[in-house]
Ligand binder design. Structure first.
Ligand code: SF4
Length: 363
Protein backbone atom coordinates (compact mmCIF):
# COMPACT_ATOMS: atom_id res chain seq x y z
CA UNK A 1 0.00 0.00 0.00
CA UNK A 2 1.45 3.40 -0.95
CA UNK A 3 2.10 5.99 1.81
CA UNK A 4 -0.30 8.26 0.09
CA UNK A 5 -2.98 5.63 0.21
CA UNK A 6 -2.37 4.81 3.88
CA UNK A 7 -3.02 8.44 4.79
CA UNK A 8 -6.27 8.39 2.94
CA UNK A 9 -7.65 5.06 4.07
CA UNK A 10 -10.08 6.49 6.60
CA UNK A 11 -11.56 8.83 3.99
CA UNK A 12 -11.65 5.90 1.59
CA UNK A 13 -13.81 3.83 3.96
CA UNK A 14 -16.12 6.72 4.83
CA UNK A 15 -16.74 7.65 1.20
CA UNK A 16 -17.18 4.03 0.18
CA UNK A 17 -19.69 3.30 2.96
CA UNK A 18 -21.65 6.48 2.23
CA UNK A 19 -21.81 5.53 -1.45
CA UNK A 20 -22.94 1.99 -0.57
CA UNK A 21 -25.63 3.34 1.70
CA UNK A 22 -27.08 5.33 -1.17
CA UNK A 23 -26.46 3.01 -4.10
CA UNK A 24 -26.51 -0.63 -3.02
CA UNK A 25 -28.84 -2.89 -4.95
CA UNK A 26 -31.93 -4.26 -3.25
CA UNK A 27 -31.00 -7.96 -3.23
CA UNK A 28 -32.90 -10.68 -1.33
CA UNK A 29 -29.86 -11.79 0.75
CA UNK A 30 -29.33 -8.21 1.91
CA UNK A 31 -32.62 -8.29 3.79
CA UNK A 32 -31.38 -10.83 6.33
CA UNK A 33 -28.70 -11.55 8.92
CA UNK A 34 -29.57 -15.23 8.90
CA UNK A 35 -26.21 -17.02 8.48
CA UNK A 36 -27.80 -19.97 6.64
CA UNK A 37 -29.35 -17.70 4.02
CA UNK A 38 -26.16 -15.66 3.65
CA UNK A 39 -24.15 -18.84 3.27
CA UNK A 40 -26.47 -20.09 0.50
CA UNK A 41 -26.26 -16.75 -1.32
CA UNK A 42 -22.48 -16.60 -1.11
CA UNK A 43 -22.07 -20.11 -2.47
CA UNK A 44 -24.49 -19.44 -5.32
CA UNK A 45 -22.81 -16.15 -6.19
CA UNK A 46 -19.43 -17.78 -6.78
CA UNK A 47 -18.77 -17.75 -10.55
CA UNK A 48 -22.39 -16.75 -11.18
CA UNK A 49 -24.11 -13.46 -12.03
CA UNK A 50 -26.46 -11.86 -9.49
CA UNK A 51 -29.37 -11.86 -11.96
CA UNK A 52 -29.01 -15.61 -12.50
CA UNK A 53 -28.74 -16.35 -8.79
CA UNK A 54 -31.87 -14.50 -7.54
CA UNK A 55 -34.54 -16.98 -8.75
CA UNK A 56 -32.40 -19.96 -7.70
CA UNK A 57 -31.85 -18.44 -4.26
CA UNK A 58 -35.57 -17.83 -3.74
CA UNK A 59 -36.59 -21.30 -4.93
CA UNK A 60 -33.84 -23.00 -2.92
CA UNK A 61 -34.93 -21.31 0.31
CA UNK A 62 -38.55 -22.13 -0.36
CA UNK A 63 -37.63 -25.80 -0.71
CA UNK A 64 -34.97 -25.82 2.08
CA UNK A 65 -35.95 -22.95 4.42
CA UNK A 66 -33.37 -23.80 7.09
CA UNK A 67 -30.25 -25.82 7.71
CA UNK A 68 -32.00 -28.98 9.02
CA UNK A 69 -34.27 -29.00 5.95
CA UNK A 70 -31.23 -28.94 3.67
CA UNK A 71 -29.35 -31.55 5.68
CA UNK A 72 -32.30 -33.96 5.72
CA UNK A 73 -33.07 -33.66 2.00
CA UNK A 74 -31.79 -36.33 -0.40
CA UNK A 75 -28.82 -35.12 -2.47
CA UNK A 76 -30.92 -35.70 -5.60
CA UNK A 77 -33.41 -33.04 -4.44
CA UNK A 78 -30.61 -30.57 -3.75
CA UNK A 79 -29.10 -31.15 -7.19
CA UNK A 80 -32.54 -30.75 -8.77
CA UNK A 81 -32.87 -27.30 -7.18
CA UNK A 82 -29.37 -26.47 -8.42
CA UNK A 83 -30.03 -27.73 -11.95
CA UNK A 84 -28.82 -25.16 -14.49
CA UNK A 85 -26.76 -23.12 -12.02
CA UNK A 86 -23.57 -25.07 -12.85
CA UNK A 87 -20.50 -25.90 -10.75
CA UNK A 88 -22.44 -28.69 -9.06
CA UNK A 89 -19.67 -29.43 -6.55
CA UNK A 90 -21.02 -26.36 -4.76
CA UNK A 91 -24.38 -28.07 -4.19
CA UNK A 92 -22.83 -31.36 -3.12
CA UNK A 93 -20.46 -29.58 -0.73
CA UNK A 94 -23.29 -27.49 0.72
CA UNK A 95 -25.33 -30.59 1.39
CA UNK A 96 -22.40 -32.37 3.04
CA UNK A 97 -21.50 -29.27 5.05
CA UNK A 98 -25.11 -28.84 6.25
CA UNK A 99 -24.99 -32.39 7.59
CA UNK A 100 -21.68 -31.66 9.29
CA UNK A 101 -23.13 -28.57 11.01
CA UNK A 102 -26.16 -30.55 12.20
CA UNK A 103 -23.97 -33.35 13.55
CA UNK A 104 -20.90 -31.55 14.91
CA UNK A 105 -22.18 -28.06 15.71
CA UNK A 106 -25.61 -28.88 17.09
CA UNK A 107 -27.30 -27.26 14.07
CA UNK A 108 -25.66 -23.87 14.76
CA UNK A 109 -23.53 -22.33 12.05
CA UNK A 110 -20.27 -21.19 13.70
CA UNK A 111 -20.03 -17.43 14.18
CA UNK A 112 -16.36 -16.92 13.31
CA UNK A 113 -13.94 -17.34 10.42
CA UNK A 114 -11.62 -19.86 12.06
CA UNK A 115 -14.43 -22.30 12.84
CA UNK A 116 -16.27 -21.76 9.56
CA UNK A 117 -13.23 -22.60 7.50
CA UNK A 118 -13.01 -26.01 9.17
CA UNK A 119 -16.35 -27.04 7.68
CA UNK A 120 -16.31 -29.23 4.58
CA UNK A 121 -16.23 -27.21 1.36
CA UNK A 122 -16.05 -23.78 3.02
CA UNK A 123 -13.01 -21.90 1.71
CA UNK A 124 -11.48 -18.58 2.78
CA UNK A 125 -13.90 -16.53 0.68
CA UNK A 126 -17.13 -18.10 2.00
CA UNK A 127 -15.84 -18.23 5.58
CA UNK A 128 -14.96 -14.52 5.48
CA UNK A 129 -18.24 -13.58 3.81
CA UNK A 130 -20.43 -15.46 6.32
CA UNK A 131 -18.34 -14.37 9.34
CA UNK A 132 -18.42 -10.70 8.37
CA UNK A 133 -21.88 -10.33 6.80
CA UNK A 134 -23.87 -12.55 9.17
CA UNK A 135 -21.85 -12.08 12.37
CA UNK A 136 -20.02 -8.78 11.86
CA UNK A 137 -16.56 -10.26 12.40
CA UNK A 138 -13.81 -7.93 11.17
CA UNK A 139 -12.40 -10.09 8.40
CA UNK A 140 -11.97 -8.86 4.81
CA UNK A 141 -13.64 -10.57 1.86
CA UNK A 142 -11.63 -10.63 -1.35
CA UNK A 143 -13.49 -11.80 -4.44
CA UNK A 144 -12.88 -10.97 -8.11
CA UNK A 145 -14.56 -7.58 -7.75
CA UNK A 146 -12.42 -6.65 -4.77
CA UNK A 147 -9.23 -7.75 -6.54
CA UNK A 148 -10.09 -5.43 -9.39
CA UNK A 149 -10.81 -2.42 -7.20
CA UNK A 150 -7.68 -2.90 -5.09
CA UNK A 151 -5.44 -3.55 -8.10
CA UNK A 152 -6.57 -0.30 -9.71
CA UNK A 153 -6.64 1.86 -6.59
CA UNK A 154 -3.12 0.71 -5.66
CA UNK A 155 -1.90 0.14 -9.23
CA UNK A 156 -0.75 -3.41 -8.52
CA UNK A 157 0.45 -5.05 -11.71
CA UNK A 158 1.49 -8.45 -10.34
CA UNK A 159 -0.71 -11.30 -11.67
CA UNK A 160 -3.31 -12.33 -9.09
CA UNK A 161 -2.76 -16.04 -9.74
CA UNK A 162 -0.11 -16.65 -7.08
CA UNK A 163 -0.77 -17.26 -3.39
CA UNK A 164 1.74 -14.58 -2.38
CA UNK A 165 -0.06 -11.91 -4.41
CA UNK A 166 -3.47 -13.03 -3.13
CA UNK A 167 -2.10 -12.68 0.40
CA UNK A 168 -0.93 -9.17 -0.41
CA UNK A 169 -4.43 -8.20 -1.56
CA UNK A 170 -5.99 -9.72 1.57
CA UNK A 171 -3.60 -7.68 3.71
CA UNK A 172 -4.51 -4.45 1.93
CA UNK A 173 -8.23 -5.23 2.32
CA UNK A 174 -7.72 -5.95 6.04
CA UNK A 175 -5.84 -2.68 6.43
CA UNK A 176 -8.69 -0.74 4.84
CA UNK A 177 -11.48 -2.41 6.79
CA UNK A 178 -12.89 -0.01 9.41
CA UNK A 179 -13.33 -1.74 12.77
CA UNK A 180 -16.92 -2.74 13.46
CA UNK A 181 -18.15 -2.20 9.89
CA UNK A 182 -17.04 -5.40 8.19
CA UNK A 183 -20.46 -6.40 6.90
CA UNK A 184 -21.17 -3.16 5.05
CA UNK A 185 -17.57 -2.54 4.08
CA UNK A 186 -17.07 -5.94 2.46
CA UNK A 187 -20.36 -5.72 0.62
CA UNK A 188 -19.54 -2.16 -0.44
CA UNK A 189 -16.20 -3.22 -1.93
CA UNK A 190 -17.86 -6.01 -3.90
CA UNK A 191 -20.68 -3.70 -4.98
CA UNK A 192 -18.23 -1.04 -6.16
CA UNK A 193 -16.50 -3.65 -8.32
CA UNK A 194 -19.82 -4.94 -9.66
CA UNK A 195 -21.41 -1.57 -10.46
CA UNK A 196 -18.68 1.07 -10.90
CA UNK A 197 -15.19 -0.40 -11.17
CA UNK A 198 -16.26 -2.87 -13.82
CA UNK A 199 -13.82 -4.87 -15.99
CA UNK A 200 -14.71 -2.80 -19.08
CA UNK A 201 -15.72 0.88 -19.14
CA UNK A 202 -15.40 1.60 -15.40
CA UNK A 203 -17.44 4.62 -14.35
CA UNK A 204 -14.60 6.54 -12.69
CA UNK A 205 -16.60 9.78 -12.82
CA UNK A 206 -19.14 8.24 -10.40
CA UNK A 207 -16.61 6.46 -8.22
CA UNK A 208 -16.50 7.44 -4.52
CA UNK A 209 -12.83 6.44 -4.19
CA UNK A 210 -11.48 8.07 -7.35
CA UNK A 211 -9.82 10.75 -5.17
CA UNK A 212 -7.18 8.20 -4.16
CA UNK A 213 -7.18 5.80 -7.09
CA UNK A 214 -3.63 5.48 -8.43
CA UNK A 215 -4.66 4.48 -11.94
CA UNK A 216 -7.22 7.27 -12.20
CA UNK A 217 -4.79 9.86 -10.82
CA UNK A 218 -2.22 8.71 -13.37
CA UNK A 219 -4.88 9.35 -16.07
CA UNK A 220 -4.53 5.81 -17.37
CA UNK A 221 -7.28 3.61 -18.75
CA UNK A 222 -7.98 1.31 -15.73
CA UNK A 223 -8.95 -1.63 -17.93
CA UNK A 224 -5.40 -2.97 -18.02
CA UNK A 225 -5.73 -3.99 -14.38
CA UNK A 226 -5.95 -6.43 -12.74
CA UNK A 227 -3.42 -8.68 -14.46
CA UNK A 228 -4.68 -12.23 -14.57
CA UNK A 229 -2.72 -15.29 -15.52
CA UNK A 230 -2.43 -15.91 -19.25
CA UNK A 231 -5.32 -18.07 -20.32
CA UNK A 232 -4.62 -21.23 -22.25
CA UNK A 233 -6.85 -22.49 -25.04
CA UNK A 234 -9.22 -25.13 -23.66
CA UNK A 235 -9.26 -28.51 -25.45
CA UNK A 236 -12.40 -29.55 -27.32
CA UNK A 237 -14.03 -33.01 -27.30
CA UNK A 238 -16.87 -34.56 -29.25
CA UNK A 239 -19.24 -36.44 -26.95
CA UNK A 240 -21.89 -38.75 -28.39
CA UNK A 241 -24.84 -39.92 -26.27
CA UNK A 242 -27.86 -42.11 -26.91
CA UNK A 243 -31.51 -41.46 -26.20
CA UNK A 244 -32.36 -45.15 -25.97
CA UNK A 245 -36.06 -45.89 -26.45
CA UNK A 246 -37.72 -49.07 -25.17
CA UNK A 247 -41.50 -49.47 -25.02
CA UNK A 248 -42.18 -45.79 -24.43
CA UNK A 249 -39.37 -45.40 -21.89
CA UNK A 250 -35.89 -43.85 -22.08
CA UNK A 251 -32.71 -45.03 -20.42
CA UNK A 252 -30.80 -42.60 -18.14
CA UNK A 253 -27.91 -43.10 -15.75
CA UNK A 254 -26.52 -41.23 -12.75
CA UNK A 255 -22.92 -40.03 -12.68
CA UNK A 256 -20.78 -41.10 -9.71
CA UNK A 257 -21.13 -38.65 -6.81
CA UNK A 258 -17.41 -37.86 -6.87
CA UNK A 259 -16.07 -35.97 -9.88
CA UNK A 260 -17.33 -33.57 -12.52
CA UNK A 261 -21.14 -33.15 -12.44
CA UNK A 262 -21.24 -35.81 -9.72
CA UNK A 263 -24.67 -37.13 -8.81
CA UNK A 264 -26.39 -35.64 -11.84
CA UNK A 265 -28.35 -37.76 -14.32
CA UNK A 266 -27.45 -38.02 -17.99
CA UNK A 267 -28.04 -39.77 -21.27
CA UNK A 268 -25.38 -42.48 -21.62
CA UNK A 269 -22.45 -42.08 -23.99
CA UNK A 270 -18.88 -40.89 -24.06
CA UNK A 271 -15.96 -39.32 -25.85
CA UNK A 272 -15.39 -39.96 -29.55
CA UNK A 273 -12.09 -41.69 -30.30
CA UNK A 274 -9.79 -40.77 -33.18
CA UNK A 275 -11.08 -42.13 -36.52
CA UNK A 276 -14.39 -43.28 -35.01
CA UNK A 277 -17.82 -42.24 -36.27
CA UNK A 278 -20.17 -40.63 -33.75
CA UNK A 279 -22.67 -43.47 -34.25
CA UNK A 280 -20.03 -46.10 -33.48
CA UNK A 281 -18.94 -44.07 -30.46
CA UNK A 282 -22.46 -44.15 -28.96
CA UNK A 283 -22.86 -47.89 -29.57
CA UNK A 284 -19.39 -48.69 -28.18
CA UNK A 285 -19.75 -46.58 -25.02
CA UNK A 286 -23.20 -47.92 -24.18
CA UNK A 287 -22.15 -51.52 -24.76
CA UNK A 288 -18.99 -50.98 -22.67
CA UNK A 289 -20.60 -49.17 -19.74
CA UNK A 290 -24.01 -50.84 -19.56
CA UNK A 291 -23.85 -53.98 -21.69
CA UNK A 292 -26.73 -52.75 -23.82
CA UNK A 293 -26.98 -53.46 -27.54
CA UNK A 294 -28.66 -50.65 -29.40
CA UNK A 295 -29.46 -49.56 -32.92
CA UNK A 296 -28.27 -45.97 -33.47
CA UNK A 297 -30.80 -44.11 -35.59
CA UNK A 298 -30.78 -40.37 -36.30
CA UNK A 299 -29.15 -37.29 -34.78
CA UNK A 300 -31.68 -35.67 -32.45
CA UNK A 301 -29.74 -32.61 -31.29
CA UNK A 302 -26.23 -31.23 -31.02
CA UNK A 303 -25.14 -28.79 -28.35
CA UNK A 304 -21.96 -26.83 -27.74
CA UNK A 305 -20.96 -26.36 -24.11
CA UNK A 306 -17.93 -24.94 -22.30
CA UNK A 307 -16.66 -26.14 -18.93
CA UNK A 308 -13.88 -24.46 -16.95
CA UNK A 309 -11.09 -26.58 -18.42
CA UNK A 310 -12.49 -27.89 -21.71
CA UNK A 311 -15.24 -27.49 -24.29
CA UNK A 312 -17.51 -30.11 -25.79
CA UNK A 313 -19.91 -30.61 -28.63
CA UNK A 314 -22.55 -33.05 -27.46
CA UNK A 315 -24.28 -35.13 -30.15
CA UNK A 316 -27.48 -36.84 -28.99
CA UNK A 317 -28.77 -39.71 -31.14
CA UNK A 318 -32.16 -41.39 -31.08
CA UNK A 319 -31.46 -45.08 -30.49
CA UNK A 320 -33.54 -48.23 -30.32
CA UNK A 321 -32.99 -50.78 -27.55
CA UNK A 322 -32.08 -54.22 -28.91
CA UNK A 323 -30.98 -56.34 -25.94
CA UNK A 324 -29.01 -56.46 -22.70
CA UNK A 325 -29.39 -55.78 -19.00
CA UNK A 326 -27.14 -53.32 -17.12
CA UNK A 327 -25.53 -54.40 -13.87
CA UNK A 328 -27.70 -53.64 -10.85
CA UNK A 329 -24.84 -51.93 -8.97
CA UNK A 330 -24.75 -49.12 -11.55
CA UNK A 331 -27.28 -46.38 -11.01
CA UNK A 332 -29.62 -46.33 -14.03
CA UNK A 333 -33.32 -46.18 -14.79
CA UNK A 334 -35.87 -46.55 -17.54
CA UNK A 335 -38.19 -43.55 -17.30
CA UNK A 336 -41.05 -42.14 -19.34
CA UNK A 337 -40.47 -38.82 -21.10
CA UNK A 338 -42.89 -37.21 -18.62
CA UNK A 339 -40.71 -38.36 -15.72
CA UNK A 340 -37.48 -36.86 -17.11
CA UNK A 341 -38.02 -33.40 -15.53
CA UNK A 342 -38.00 -35.05 -12.08
CA UNK A 343 -34.27 -35.72 -12.42
CA UNK A 344 -31.40 -33.23 -12.19
CA UNK A 345 -29.42 -33.09 -15.44
CA UNK A 346 -26.37 -30.98 -16.34
CA UNK A 347 -27.10 -28.02 -18.60
CA UNK A 348 -26.14 -29.72 -21.87
CA UNK A 349 -28.30 -32.80 -21.15
CA UNK A 350 -31.15 -30.59 -19.93
CA UNK A 351 -31.46 -29.21 -23.47
CA UNK A 352 -32.10 -32.74 -24.68
CA UNK A 353 -34.73 -33.23 -21.96
CA UNK A 354 -36.38 -29.94 -22.92
CA UNK A 355 -36.56 -30.94 -26.56
CA UNK A 356 -37.98 -34.38 -25.72
CA UNK A 357 -40.63 -32.93 -23.41
CA UNK A 358 -41.44 -30.05 -25.75
CA UNK A 359 -40.34 -27.35 -23.30
CA UNK A 360 -37.38 -26.25 -25.41
CA UNK A 361 -37.41 -22.64 -26.59
CA UNK A 362 -35.28 -23.61 -29.59
CA UNK A 363 -37.09 -23.47 -32.89
S1 SF4 B 1 -11.56 5.56 -10.01
FE1 SF4 B 1 -12.07 4.18 -11.65
S2 SF4 B 1 -10.45 2.66 -11.68
FE2 SF4 B 1 -10.30 3.73 -9.74
S3 SF4 B 1 -11.49 2.46 -8.33
FE3 SF4 B 1 -12.87 4.01 -9.11
S4 SF4 B 1 -13.86 3.07 -10.90
FE4 SF4 B 1 -12.05 1.85 -10.37
Amino acid sequence: MSDNFKKRKSTFSKKLLAWYNENSRDLPWRKTNNPYKIWISEVMLQQTQVGTVIPYYNRFLERFPDLPALAQAPLDDVLKQWEGLGYYARARNLHKAANEVVKDYDCKIPDNYLELIKIYGIGPYTAAAVASIAFGEDVPVVDGNVYRVLARVNKISEPIASTAVKKKFAEIAAELLPTGHASDFNQAMMELGALICTPRNPKCELCPVSFCCAVKLAKENPEWLPIKKVSVERPHYNIAVGIIHRKGEIFIDQRPVKGLLGGLWEFPGGKQEAGESLENCVAREIQKKFGLQIKVKTLFLNIKHAYTHFKITLYAFDCEFVSGQPEAKLNWRWVTPAELPNYAFPKSNKKIVDKITGTSDEH
